[in-house]
Design a binder for this molecule. Sequence first.
Ligand code: NAP
Length: 276
Amino acid sequence: MSLQAPAAAAKPPSKHLRRYGPWALVTGASDGIGRAIAERLAMGGFNLVLVARRQEALDALAADLGRTGVETRVVANDLGPRGGAAQLDRATADLDVGLVIAAAGFGTSGDLLESRLETELDMVDLNCRAVVEISSVFGHRLAKRGRGGLVLFSSVLAFQGAAGAANYAATKAFVQTFAEGLGEELKPRGVDVLATAPGPTHTGFASRANMKMGFAASPEDVARATIAALGRSGTVRPGFVAKLLGWSLTPLPRRARAAIMGRAMASMRPKPASAA
Ligand SMILES: NC(=O)c1ccc[n+]([C@@H]2O[C@H](COP(=O)([O-])OP(=O)(O)OC[C@H]3O[C@@H](n4cnc5c(N)ncnc54)[C@H](OP(=O)(O)O)[C@@H]3O)[C@@H](O)[C@H]2O)c1
């Protein structure tokens, strides 16, 4: 996305900025979908807290976003270990954060028995435990101010198991279920919770998960659909592939859905050299 100087600053604040501004906190902001969401929010006039592990990438993004006229704060933080959300809370205590986008996450692919257990457990820590921590710590802050938004990252894999991504799909099922319940708990306190369930999206995610994605959405498309759905629904499937999978798979029995998703995962795994 090309970031431009603030025509936005001259415009009256959008409905989103009035409800969720002035500060948004985005985890996973150094890359992929989180970065695209940070860019989109900056274009809408939000000040941004940018969170991920890579300080340099965050500093470069902050410099870019600064050109739109918004304020930024970089918090380089590993959310894997316990207590990461408490550190974020301290680092932003002086800011009026009204919107939290918890995009940091990663996936693995392949059978569990061929995977490093340590990596699988790290994934549970980041994709699930850290999401609960952030939701609790910032849920309190958002509820206290009586209005706010919280966006959690589910996936098309959240709605059934999938061979070749058994643990990743389970982490996303956790987030999906968590977001649905939490949304009901926080609604009376003025906080909108959105689960966003993308399909394959062209980011660094695939290479880290050792997958090859063919047809995939752009992170900008996912960012646009996610922000548009905030406050309007509890779950969004951003992008054409995610919607198509939803329409076509939802009527099927769960076991059939799992078999189809398992085959889709297998098709995205690189072929062993001997099979070429
Ligand atoms: N891409 C897809 O096909 C897809 C589909 C469905 C759902 N999703 C979900 O969408 C979310 C965003 O994924 P993406 O595709 O944008 O992935 P990505 O391009 O790999 O970006 C992941 C982001 O998370 C940050 N991160 C990773 N580990 C972290 C840690 N321990 N502490 C703090 N930050 C950490 C990374 O930054 P650093 O390396 O600098 O820490 C990066 O900014 C994830 O939750 C993913 O599960 C993705």
